[in-house]
Design a protein around this ligand. Structure first.
Ligand SMILES: [Zn+2]
Length: 153
């Protein structure tokens, strides 16, 4: 696989692709608003075999990512509102923003939950252009560290 074929980092995150090969899907159902399957993931990447849940409870850390994303999105809607509609202390425009932003964040919640998992896993697993030959990254319960498992294959 040549470097030119390396899928874009941000695009891979936004399309919820596996961090290791950037080709396999991280979620079973493509639609995040299919509420029963928001965080339903295959155990491993169908393309490169990378496990997604690196250790038991791995996804607890996504709470922080989710807060950060929610905050960043609120800042973005605030700025967009300020530019497009404006803010004033003499009317209710600020409260309209607060209400609509809250609704927006609730509607976007399934998407944010997924994005948090993807961003979080990207911290731990890097792109591997040679993913067909090399070993997957996983967690060692003995050393409490992430390492490349020697599968002996
Ligand atoms: Zn993969």
């Amino acid at each position: 696989m040549s470097a030119e074929n390396k899928p874009n980092y941000f695009w891979s995150i936004l399309t919820f692709k596996c961090p290791r090969c950037r080709r396999g899907d991280m979620f079973s159902n493509k639609n995040p608003w299919h509420l029963k399957e928001i965080v339903k993931m295959p155990e491993k990447c169908a393309e490169c075999g990378q496990p997604f849940e690196l250790e038991v409870g791995f996804w607890y850390g996504t709470g922080y990512v989710s807060y950060a994303l929610t905050f960043a999105m609120s800042v973005a809607t605030f700025v967009a509102w300020w530019v497009l509609i404006g803010m004033s202390t003499e009317d209710n425009r600020f409260f309209w923003w607060m209400g609509l932003n809250a609704i927006f964040l609730i509607v976007m919640q399934p998407w944010i939950m997924r994005l948090s998992r993807v961003v979080y896993l990207y911290f731990f697993v890097g792109y591997d252009s040679n993913y067909k030959q090399t070993d997957v990254k996983t967690f060692d319960y003995q050393t409490k560290d992430y390492y490349k498992k020697d599968t002996g294959q």
